[in-house]
Ligand binder design. Structure first.
Ligand SMILES: [Zn+2]
Length: 133
């Protein structure tokens, strides 16, 4: 979890109303511009909606998401290993537990990503501000 305060560079208006928690935190996905409701200034975010991304930018998106899934994979893997070992009385190897945790966290990333891509695409087509991960 990363806390970020996204501010207008002209008048310091906070698009996130102060520091807001963003999911995995690091991404190249988003609307390219935010329009400040206070001063009307338009600021570049350096982000792109999915439909404007080149294949290599889409690859970067997946790599960033993959890197971010590592802590989750370890946490979920450990949790699931404990559950399986206690519940089913089966010894699991660390590798198997990690692989299991990683599979689940990748499914979660895909589900979360699909929502973000859709929300950002919608906001982009309407010219609305949106800050999501
Ligand atoms: Zn402003």
């Amino acid at each position: 979890m990363i806390y970020r305060n996204t501010k207008c560079p002209y008048c310091r208006y906070s698009f996130t109303s102060g520091y807001a928690a963003l999911g995995p935190g690091l991404s190249n996905l988003g609307v390219p511009h935010l329009k400040c409701p206070q001063c009307g200034g338009v600021c570049k975010t350096g982000l792109k909606p999915w439909s404007l991304m080149s294949p290599s930018e889409k690859t970067v998106y997946f790599i960033l998401r993959f890197i971010q899934s590592i802590p989750n994979a370890i946490f979920l893997g450990a949790l699931m290993m404990m559950g399986i070992e206690m519940g089913l009385k089966i010894e699991m190897s660390l590798t198997a537990g990690f692989a299991l945790g990683w599979s689940v966290s990748i499914i979660l990333i895909i589900l979360h990503g699909r929502n973000s891509i859709k929300d950002i695409e919608e906001a982009y087509s309407k010219g609305e501000n949106i800050i999501v991960d």
